[in-house]
Design a protein around this ligand. Sequence first.
Ligand SMILES: Nc1ncnc2c1ncn2[C@@H]1O[C@H](COP(=O)(O)OP(=O)(O)OP(=O)(O)O)[C@@H](O)[C@H]1O
Length: 325
Amino acid sequence: MIRTENLCKHYGKFPALKNLNLHIEKGTVFGFIGPNGAGKSTTMLILATLLKPTSGRAWVGGLDVMNQGEEVRRIIGYMPDFFGVYDNLTALEYLEFYAACYGIDKQIRRKIALELLELVNLQDKRDAFVDGLSRGMKQRLGLARALVHDPELLILDEPASGLDPRARIEFREVLKELREMGKTVMISSHILPELASLCDSIGVMEQGELVANGSVADITAQIQQGRTLEVRVLHGADTVKQYLEKTAYVLSAHIEENKIIVKVNGDESVQAELLQELVAQKIPVVSFSEISVNIEDVFLQITGGNREVMEHETVVATMDQSGTG
Ligand SMILES: Nc1ncnc2c1ncn2[C@@H]1O[C@H](COP(=O)(O)OP(=O)(O)OP(=O)(O)O)[C@@H](O)[C@H]1O
C-alpha cells in the first residue's frame, strides 16, 4: 500500500529524511515511531502529497505521490498533528462540509456524516459547535473528517498526543474498528507502548533514518543479543550456575532470588538444547523460561533515546492501559 525508495528531504541544508525505504502492506496497521524531530511528520506529509521530497520516490496504492497527487488524495485520509476546525459549524455540519469538498452526493452526505459520528462515538454531539468540543472529541472528529470519502489508507500524525488517558483509550477503540474494517493505517507516535499492542508492524525512525522495521517481536529479536532465561531448580542453584557458566553458548549466569538468570547467545533452538542438557544431567529443573524484554528498553536501545521523555510517557501509557480495566 505504501512504498518509498531512497526518499530524502532537506530543509535548507538540514537533512530531515535520509534515504528512507519503507514498505507497508495493504490492511496493516503500521506504527511509525521515533523521538521528536525524527522525520515522521515529514514522511507523512510527503505521502499525503503535501510536501515535495528533495529526491527519491514514493507510491501509495501503486500511485506515484509526485505525479498522481489527485488520485492519491482520493484514496488516503490524512490527519495532521495540528489541525484547525471551523468553529461556527456543528459537528454534523462540519462533516457534511468535508463530504461536499470531496464531491459526495448531497443526498448521502448526511447519512455518511451520521455514520461517522457514530463510528467515532460522537453521535450525542452532532449538534454541538466544534469549538466547544474537548480536545479528545476534536481529535475523534478529525478522524471522522479523514474518513468522509471512505479512503483505503489513513495517515494519522500523532493522533493521541495531548489526550488524557480516557480519551486515548477511546481513540484506540476507534482504531481497532478501522482495522476490523480492513483499512490500512499508518499512525505515528513517540510512545511505543501506546502503539505496540495495536500495530501489526512498526518502523522506528531516528534522525531521518529507519533504524528498525518489522513486527514488535522481530524488532525485539533484531536488537536483542541472544536471550535471557530464568531457570529455577529444586536445589543446588550454585552448582547449576557454575555448570551453566561452562556451557558453550552461555554468555553469563547469576543468581537472583533463588533463580538463575542466564544470558545465552542464540535463538530458540539453543534454548531448547540447553533445557535438554539440564534434564540429561539430571538437574532438577522446576521452571525454565525466557524473560521477555521490556518494550521501552527496546525503544531506548534502538534510538539511544531520551529516557526522560520515555519515562514520563510510559507513566501516561501505563495509566492508560490500567484504565482499560
Ligand atoms: N518546515 C521546516 N523547516 C525547517 N526544518 C524543519 C521543517 N519541518 C521540520 N523540520 C525539521 O526536520 C526534522 C524532522 O521533523 P519532523 O516534524 O518530520 O519530525 P517528527 O518525527 O514528526 O517530530 P515530532 O514528533 O516532533 O513531530 C526536525 O529536526 C525539524 O526541526
